[in-house]
Design a protein around this ligand. Structure first.
Ligand code: PRP
Length: 197
């Protein structure tokens, strides 16, 4: 990390939230712009189809909210929750649903909305599950793509940004459940994750 004083500069505006935060990778403005572009495309592709936007908790909360508010078409949304992966489950690619959708999706146009895709294992498992429920269509919208550890290729229809293989937080991305509510995406200072080894 070149600039070790980033937190100090951010403190007046972001308070204690900025502590531990290094370089800003994606500003609030770039996030807003890209989400608006994706929303424009989705609005055009799904006009008249009343899509159901499905997200997996919890990181997608911020993206889902902003995306929905930027759509210019009728759309509904729902969430699922899955058990967070341990290194063990990550190897097996197994995911356990701890909260399911509220209603059947047979015949519905489903847009699966994710904050981040890394190995692809979580998404692959969830998509297979949703596909078995016979939706009319099933597409994927991912805001942050981390391509370096991909184990399963997933066709992504709408993509926001590629992220480097670093500890990145903000706009839903957490480190030990913290930093999700940063309105931008930033690197975590190495001392933050090094001290909890
Ligand atoms: C993120 C994301 C996916 C998963 C992607 O969730 O929402 O579910 O990681 O990783 P993969 O491509 O390697 O399977 P996370 O476990 O961080 O939970 P969170 O959304 O509650 O932070």
């Amino acid at each position: 990390m070149k600039d070790r004083n980033v937190s100090a500069r951010l403190l007046p505006e972001y308070g204690e939230l900025a502590e531990g935060v290094g370089e800003i990778l994606i500003s609030e403005e770039r996030l807003r712009q890209r989400v608006a572009e994706i929303a424009h495309q989705v609005s055009s592709d799904y006009a008249g189809l009343n899509p159901l936007l499905v997200g997996v908790l919890k990181g997608v909360l911020f993206f889902m909210s902003d995306l929905l508010q930027s759509l210019t078409i009728q759309a509904e949304n729902d969430f699922i929750a899955v058990s967070s992966y341990s290194p063990e489950t990550r190897q097996r690619g197994m995911v356990r649903f701890v909260k399911d959708l509220e209603a059947p999706i047979e015949g519905r146009h489903i847009l699966f909305v994710e904050d981040v895709i890394d190995t692809g294992l979580t998404l692959s498992y969830i998509l297979n599950n949703l596909r078995s429920r016979r939706p009319a269509s099933l597409e994927v919208c991912v805001l942050f793509n981390k391509p370096n550890h991909r184990l399963i290729e997933i066709p992504i229809k709408y993509k926001g940004f590629d992220l480097p293989d670093r500890f990145v937080v903000g706009y839903g991305l957490d480190y030990r459940e913290k930093f999700r509510n940063l309105p931008f995406v930033a690197l975590l200072k190495p001392e933050v994750f090094q001290e909890v080894k």
